[in-house]
Ligand binder design. Structure first.
Ligand code: TYD
Length: 142
């Protein structure tokens, strides 16, 4: 699953007036965008996220400033740095994610494939491990 987490480069149409980055659902983003939220004003020491989602896919873009995203599929972990407004990270469903190391000017834009539903969040890491390891065992047996 961790291999599915990947950086996406968005098309840019900058000119002498400034920069313009284009992000189209179902095209640059591999899903229809149903929800947008953004995170800013988080201190450097803060760790956000700390959850997995049963159904939602996400793309995270630092439209200003920088942050890091640690992804974990229960077996492997990988750290991505978001530091350019035309680069996003795609996160599939059922990946554990931590966002941290926010710069003071960080604005982290999040595009989501589903509307908000607290019931599809897994907020306990031990529960997450239990679920993914069970799924892995089932798939290995098949
Ligand atoms: P939380 O999931 O902790 O944010 P993050 O993972 O980005 O650090 O969400 C913080 C609060 O906001 C929590 O009470 C749930 C609420 N929330 C919504 O109501 N709608 C949303 O789309 C999101 C992302 C959060």
């Amino acid at each position: 699953m961790i291999e599915q987490c990947r950086l996406i480069e968005f098309p840019q149409k900058g000119d002498d007036r400034g920069h313009l980055v284009i992000v189209e659902g179902n095209q640059d983003i591999p899903f229809e965008i149903k929800r947008v939220f953004y995170i800013y004003g988080s201190d450097k020491e803060v760790i956000r996220g700390k959850h997995a989602n049963y159904n939602t896919e996400f793309v995270l873009i630092n439209v200003a400033g920088t942050s890091k995203v640690k992804v974990d599929d229960g077996i492997n972990q990988k750290i991505f740095r978001l530091d350019r407004p035309h680069i996003g990270i795609y996160l599939p469903k059922m990946v554990w994610k931590d966002m941290y190391d926010f710069s003071h000017d960080s604005v982290l834009l999040v595009l989501a494939s589903e509307h908000y539903d607290e019931n599809e969040y897994i907020r306990s890491y031990s529960k997450y491990l239990e679920i993914v390891r069970k799924k892995f065992e089932e798939e290995t047996l098949c």
